[in-house]
Ligand binder design. Structure first.
Ligand code: FAD
Length: 470
């Protein structure tokens, strides 16, 4: 029996539920289908698409080594996929289609249609839960609802997790080479990356090497160091997790191995890191339980009433890293130049845009997605709505980060700032957080575009008006 495995954002061979299940049933053919047009429409920028493409090529080489032929189905949009996929499966003489589920609204609709078309054509369909440990809907509150608050979700997640769920799927064995199917080339995305792609080498081997290094050298101190952007204290695995060059299960298994078989009650660093992986999963469940977040709508209904400012020049200053707040500006340059931003800084810059500038979180969400190499709807939307106080578990609107205080606290000697802002190396640590007018002039650095206190008052009254009945 011939099995077709459809790869999407699960670009690896090891611990791949669909690939393993298919290989246990018969001869495997791989199908890779770039949908650059639709992904672009969803907001993914050139860096993310290039990273997907490079990882798809790395995957193709690995599949080839297993004698699994790679077929390519290029579709501009998802709605072209069902028919083309069924035709291809038939032409290849496949009896069954396997894939790992994805959870955003359009992806689910595409998969529903594909499954329907396959069944109508007499093809078996096998869907697998792979990106998360629990399929959305498996964990629910006492009332039978999807969780909307993280802590009880995380508790339920830990409680329900039995050992077998984390059991990795073995790599498929090398099969005899089929004689009637040849490898096809994966087309490149329409635009090249805007960052130095050497920062993000492709492939599951690279992802595994990052994981091993992180677990060996960093995870114990993760809790202590994770908030300091000048340190490389986090795993830098997000891009690999987003396109599935590594699975969250592999990360959790590495923790188990390191921690005598425990996930939660190890050292503080390890528990904190596991918690982040649970956050990732939480946001995947939110996409299904509260699909309005996939449709550019706030999680909290009443947040529709917030009166965002239309301030194109300030938005542009934020995008370009010219707000006059050094930590914000250094962070925005890190994003644009590397395709990644440190988590603490994602929170600080997102809060600055939505609170100090009172600009709609959707503007920030889109700009992040356009530049991030790890751009992913669940975490990005979740993070933005958290910062804007419109989301699940959101920051209470009256708790605003003061960007200068955050700077002193998390970049105490200004090393991160100085590594991104021209001329700041010459300033002493204290001045790097809030340079004088004269120092700004010497560095060609702008004055603050808003005053913290006044901006804070404006945000408080705007949010209070929107949320007053709640
Ligand atoms: P580590 O600290 O090593 O964490 C391990 C993994 O856990 C990460 O790789 C990631 O997969 C997951 N993770 C960590 N923090 C979070 C979180 N808060 N929410 C969900 N998952 C998390 N993460 C993305 O993967 N893609 C995004 O598009 C994205 N956009 C964000 C936007 C905003 C406004 C905010 C506040 C956060 C966003 N995050 C996003 C979450 C987080 O900032 C990144 O996952 C993290 O910085 C990636 O670095 P790392 O791999 O070294 O993480």
């Amino acid at each position: 029996q011939r099995q077709l495995v459809w790869f999407r954002n699960d670009l690896r061979c090891a611990d791949h539920r669909a690939l393993y299940a298919a290989s246990a049933r018969g001869e495997v053919i791989a199908l890779i289908s770039p949908c650059y047009g639709q992904w672009r429409e969803h907001g993914h920028g050139a860096n993310k698409l290039d990273f997907w493409y490079r990882n798809a090529k790395a995957l193709a080489a690995q599949l080839d080594a297993l004698n699994i032929p790679v077929q390519v189905l290029e579709a501009e949009r998802f709605d072209q996929v069902p028919e083309a996929l069924v035709d291809r499966a038939r032409a290849l003489g496949c009896d069954a289609l396997h894939f790992n589920d994805e959870y955003a609204v359009n992806e689910r609709e595409r998969d529903r249609r594909v499954a329907e078309a396959c069944r109508a054509a007499g093809l078996e369909v096998h869907r697998h839960t792979d990106a998360v440990q629990f399929a959305p809907g498996e964990l629910r509150t006492g009332k039978g609802e999807y969780y909307s608050v993280f802590t009880p979700f995380a508790k339920a997640w830990h409680r329900a997790l039995e050992g077998s769920r984390l059991k990795p799927s073995p790599m498929p064995e090398r099969q005899p080479a089929p004689t009637d199917v040849v490898n096809e080339d994966i087309p490149a995305p329409p635009r090249p990356a805007t960052i130095d792609t050497a920062l993000w080498p492709a492939g599951e081997e690279e992802a595994q090497a990052r994981l091993s290094r992180f677990i060996r050298d960093r995870v114990r101190l993760y809790q202590r160091d994770r908030d300091f952007p000048a340190q490389a204290a986090t795993s830098a695995l997000s891009a690999y997790l987003a396109i599935g060059a590594i699975s969250a299960r592999q990360c959790l298994n590495a923790v188990l191995h390191h921690n005598n078989g425990h996930l939660a009650d190890g050292d503080a660093g390890t528990s904190a890191w596991v918690n982040e992986l649970v956050w990732r999963e939480f946001y995947q469940h939110i996409l299904v339980g509260y699909p309005q977040v996939c449709r550019h709508r706030p999680f909290r209904q009443e947040a529709q009433r917030i009166r965002w400012r239309d301030a194109p020049e300030e938005l542009e200053a934020w995008r370009q890293g010219r707000t006059g707040y050094p930590l914000i500006d250094a962070a925005m340059r890190q994003l644009v130049e590397t395709g990644w931003m440190h988590n603490r800084l994602r929170m600080v810059t997102a809060m600055f845009l939505t609170k100090h500038l009172l600009i709609d979180w959707r503007e920030g969400e889109a700009f992040f997605l356009d530049h991030l190499v790890d751009g992913e709807l669940g975490a990005n939307n979740g993070g933005w709505q958290w910062a804007a106080s419109t989301g699940t578990d959101a920051a209470p609107y009256f708790r605003l980060f003061n960007p200068t205080t955050q700077s002193r606290r998390f970049d105490p000697d200004g090393a991160f700032i100085a590594s991104w802002l021209e001329g700041f190396e010459e300033l002493d640590a204290k001045a790097r957080h809030a340079p004088s007018a004269q120092q700004r002039e010497a560095c060609g650095y702008p004055a603050p575009i808003v005053d913290h206190r006044a901006a804070r008052e404006r945000a408080l009254s705007t949010f209070a008006a929107a949320f007053k009945h709640h």
